[in-house]
Structure formats: C-alpha cells, structure tokens
Design a protein around this ligand. Structure first.
Ligand SMILES: [Fe+2]
Length: 267
C-alpha cells in the first residue's frame, strides 16, 4: 500500500476464468468453481486494504448459463463494494452477459482519475480461438485518440503464443495487429488477458504483457498438450500511480485439496 508521502493511487484487481456452472455446486474437472471463486474473494478481502475496481477478464461461466451471469456479480459484490467490469471469453455468451450486466457491470470502458481502462471483446461465437472484429479496433483507437490518460487494455485471449502448443492454437487471430496498434499509442501501459490459466509476464514495444491465473483450475506452463498445474487459484493486483507508473503482482490462495482430476485430457 502507498505510504503517506506517495501520491494517491488506484488499486485495481483482475480476476479471470471463473467458469461458473449453472448451479453453485457445479464442478470443472472435479473442482467446484463457486468454491474456488469464494476462496479467491476471501483472499482478496483479507489481503487488500483497499479495492477501487474489479475487472473479470472472461470465461465468467462455463457455458451459456443465465444463472451464472446473475450469480457472479452478486457473489463479487457480497465481498467487494467497488465498480465491477467484465468482458466475454470463449466460453461466454456475450449477449447474455450484456443483458445481465445492465448498467451495473461495465463492459466497454471506464475512465478513472489519472487512468483509463479499455475492455475488448475477443470472443468468436461458437469457437475457442480469439479474434477482434474491425469494430473493436475502431473502438480501441477512438478511446486512445480521445484520451491520453495512461491506459490498461484488457482482453480475454492471449495476443501471442505463451509457450503451450495446445492453447496457443487459440490466440487472437489478429493479435499482431492488436500489438502493433497499441504500440502507436504512448499512453498504453499494459495489455492484460486471461484464458491461459497461468501467470505470464512479458513486454512488447513500450508496454507490458500480462496474463493471470484463473480463479479455478490452472494450466501447466510450457506444456505441448493439455496439462493441469497444481498451483492454487489466484488473482492479479495493480497499483496504478497518479504519475502513470504502475506495479502489479499475483496472489494465490493457500494450499488446499480441491479434488481436481489431474489425469483429464481436456476440459
Ligand atoms: Fe478461455
């Protein structure tokens, strides 16, 4: 947390790939995804002294479950009284999310004091891979032309390979175009995603590339075929300074037995 002699900052939390099922007792490969989300939210409230915004970067639900899109915001809000934003992943149903979001969950953009948060939709209905329609590039460029505040850009899929063949088949098809577009705007500070269920830290041009563990099952980094990791569920924090600089890190829940089927060949 900032000390008194530092400027005030924004504490932004990313949670991702919660994969909630139709019912609160639904499981993914043996893990109850509501339970692991609850564990991450408990960790958050125990660890974070202040939370100014929460961004959920896709795969909120494991399928088109209207009940999950109702349950997720109320579950988060029961623990955290901060503005909530979400964007769709490959498992989500974007129209269902937009109607559940109403005017109480942000889906496109948020201008904060000293920062702007841009949410992109890389989902392609009916497919696993990511892509960006021309309208998304247009929207992105409009935000960045209109506002020169430091920007965090969130999207579901990875824009470039992260080193796991099986999941790198699903990168954003126009990932290089996205990176090249962001590179032309000096105020972009980071491109942040989910989908890969693992931590990733990199750079492109002048900005950071970051991926974040899921709140449920974890994928093994560097694996050619599908493989689960035994790391615990987690979240990412951002401390966004008034000077345009930021720090970030990942926290995970304490060791726990979730009953995950580590022999599974996919999900
Ligand atoms: Fe995903």
């Amino acid at each position: 947390m900032p000390s008194n002699d530092k400027p005030a900052s924004i504490r932004l939390i990313q949670i991702t790939d919660c994969h909630l099922g139709e019912e609160p007792d639904s499981e993914l490969l043996g893990l109850n995804t509501d339970e692991s989300l609850d564990d991450v939210l408990h960790l958050l409230t125990a660890t974070e002294q202040r939370i100014d915004m929460v961004v959920a970067s896709g795969d909120i639900a494991s399928g088109a479950h209207a009940a999950a899109y109702q349950r997720f915001p109320s579950t988060v809000r029961a623990s955290i009284a901060a503005p909530l934003a979400w964007l769709p992943g490959n498992h989500d149903q974007r129209d269902m999310m937009r109607s559940a979001a109403g005017d109480h969950v942000l889906m496109d953009y948020c201008e904060l004091p000293h920062w702007q948060i841009i949410l992109l939709d890389s989902s392609v209905p009916g497919y696993e891979h990511g892509d960006l329609e021309e309208g998304e590039f247009l929207r992105l460029r409009q935000y960045l032309e209109a506002c020169n505040k430091p920007a965090l850009v969130f999207v579901h899929h990875q824009p470039l390979p992260v080193g796991s063949h099986w999941i790198d088949q699903y990168v954003i098809r126009k990932g290089q175009q996205l990176l090249d577009t962001l590179a032309t705007y000096s105020q972009v500070k980071a491109l942040v995603w989910g989908h890969v269920h693992q931590e990733f830290n990199g750079h492109f041009s002048h900005f950071q590339l970051l991926a974040t563990p899921s709140t449920c099952i974890q994928f093994k980094p560097g694996s050619y075929d599908f493989a689960l990791d035994d790391c615990m569920p987690g979240y990412r924090w951002f401390e966004l300074g008034n000077d345009g600089e930021f720090t970030t890190g990942v926290e995970r829940v304490a060791e726990k037995h979730y009953g995950i089927d580590f022999q599974s060949l996919g999900y």
